[in-house]
Design a protein around this ligand. Structure first.
Ligand SMILES: C=C(O[C@@H]1C=C(C(=O)O)C=C[C@H]1O)C(=O)O
Length: 109
């Protein structure tokens, strides 16, 4: 079990079927759970970013912080490498998440 096998990184290692042992329905059900979890995490990220924007507002700081954005992007690339997924794809997703927050924060101001 390694970092590059996150789908089976569970406590009951050895009991969970590997993807090639699962039926199409089981695999689709797993995708459905993952998709729901992804949306939950996006909502959580958006909520925290919104809290950060409020703190910045209260402290008279600008909402957009390009240095911090670069840190987020670098981290996304490092995590992509760690989990052996395409870092350009992961960075594109994070770019979108950051832009989503900025649009929301601009609309709120
Ligand atoms: C969330 C922040 O604010 C903005 C949104 C960011 C994001 O979604 O990751 C990053 C930098 C900022 O432009 C922050 O400063 O941490």
């Amino acid at each position: 079990m390694t970092d590059s096998d996150p789908a089976h990184d569970t406590d009951d290692a050895g009991l969970e079927p590997t993807p090639d042992e699962m039926s199409l329905d089981e695999l689709r059900s797993e995708i459905r759970e993952i998709d729901s979890e992804l949306v939950r995490l996006i909502a959580r990220r958006t909520y925290v970013a919104d809290s950060i924007a409020r703190v910045k507002d209260a402290e008279g700081l600008p909402t957009v912080d390009e240095t911090q954005e670069q840190r987020v992007m670098d981290r996304a690339g490092e995590n992509a490498d760690r989990f052996d997924v395409d870092s350009n794809l992961v960075k594109a997703i994070f770019r979108l998440l950051i832009e989503l927050n900025k649009v929301e924060q601009r609309e709120r101001r």
